[in-house]
Write a protein that binds this ligand. Structure first.
Ligand code: AGP
Length: 369
């Protein structure tokens, strides 16, 4: 292989650990000061983004999860309505196009057949404001969009997407800031504060990676299970979805993810002592709600594995295992919280002995329908 593994056993592990650098490279264009310009999305961005009334995101798999996360940012920070659609569904549904809607196609490879077809479908419906968020500059999706943002994750070899995901999130946060500014929802001070958080992100991610030894221990416990349930709330619900996708892809363990408030609407019936529950529990405004959801799990004898923040105050017991991330990271917290879930999936697969970089039945890029 052209890309060397170096000190790592697998490409996935290497790519997880490359995230600080991938984020720093992707965010290089924001520099050390100054203001964000629409031009980071292409020469025509100022005119095409001006007057946009809503956003439609099209993507598959992990890229879809970055879109679902971005919806929380776009609506809460930029105040713009946002819909996120699975590309393979959108392309076959009759939808009403709004020419003032921005269509964002997200794809690591830029060659995913369903996402490309969904983009073409949107253009056939009359959409002209199109933006590609991609990791491959010369890919089909980039060529066919009016605007582009190229993430600088570097080549991603492992089938399970990791660094592409976190760099997509960084790009989507920049989009939120640009759209929010154009709509008068983000003032100079807010922009300055958000940019400062973005600049610190590579360091914050590097600190989360230091949790690897503890996550390895948790993975030993998950590796012999047949099922796992991931829970999160708000902008961390898509992070739970992504954690479950990573685990099922590379360890072949059946994993599901739910917004924790949905537990008693069905999935609680699955919970017993054989079902490990993995909770994404940052110290945000939904923490108390999440804690009461988790009590329902405990009451049914479920084993809890909680990824909390330093100040989330989870008591550790025999039934509740807690790992604390070093700091709470506000709006950008999803980018930190996905990292331990990537490591958990990786070490679970390693303990189980499944093929990490080339999981059964899967291809890196799905270029046929
Ligand atoms: C991620 O771990 C998967 N292998 C898969 O879901 C992937 O994200 C999806 O196929 C979309 O690929 P793309 O980002 O290259 O379009």
């Amino acid at each position: 292989d052209a890309v060397e593994l170096g000190q790592y056993r697998h490409y996935m592990q290497k790519e997880i650990f490359e995230q600080p650098e991938a984020l720093a490279n992707t965010l290089e264009l924001i520099g050390n000061g100054g203001r964000l310009q629409p031009g980071i999305f292409g020469a025509e961005a100022a005119s095409l983004l001006d007057g946009v009334r809503s956003v439609l995101i099209l993507a598959c798999g992990t890229s879809y999860h970055s879109g679902v996360t971005a919806r929380y940012w776009l609506e809460s920070l930029a105040g713009i309505p946002c819909t996120v659609e699975i590309a393979s569904e959108y392309r076959y549904r009759s939808s009403a196009a709004d020419p003032d809607q921005l269509v964002v196609a997200i794809s690591q490879s830029g060659e995913t057949a369903d996402t490309l077809a969904a983009l073409r479908h949107a253009k056939d419906l009359g959409h002209t404001r199109t933006l590609a968020i991609c990791n491959v500059p010369e890919s089909a999706i980039v060529r066919e969009c009016a605007l582009r943002f190229i993430t600088r994750a570097g080549p991603e070899i492992g089938v399970a997407s990791t660094k592409a995901f976190t760099t997509q999130l960084a790009a989507l946060f920049l989009l939120t800031l640009v759209v929010g500014k154009l709509r008068g929802r983000i003032d100079e001070q807010a922009e300055h504060d958000h940019l400062a958080c973005l600049r610190h992100l590579p360091v914050a991610v590097a600190r989360v990676l230091e949790l690897e030894p503890s996550i390895q221990t948790w993975a030993q416990n998950i590796a012999h299970r047949h099922h796992a349930l991931f829970l999160g709330r708000g902008r961390h619900w898509p992070i739970a979805l992504e954690g479950a996708l990573k685990l099922k892809e590379i360890s072949s363990i059946h994993a599901e993810a739910y917004a924790a408030g949905e537990l008693k609407h069905g999935p609680l019936a699955l919970v017993d002592r054989d079902m490990p529950v993995i909770a994404v529990a940052p110290n945000d405004s939904l923490l108390d709600k999440l804690k009461s959801n988790l009590k329902e799990v405990q009451a049914r004898g479920g084993e809890l594995n909680v990824f909390a923040d330093a100040d989330s105050h989870f008591p550790e017991t025999e039934q509740i295992h807690v790992l604390r991330l070093p700091e709470h990271y506000g709006d950008l917290s999803p980018i930190l919280h996905v990292v331990p879930l990537q490591l958990l999936a990786y070490h679970t697969a390693l303990a189980k002995g499944t093929d990490v970089d080339k999981p059964r039945n899967l291809a890196k890029s799905v270029t046929v329908e």
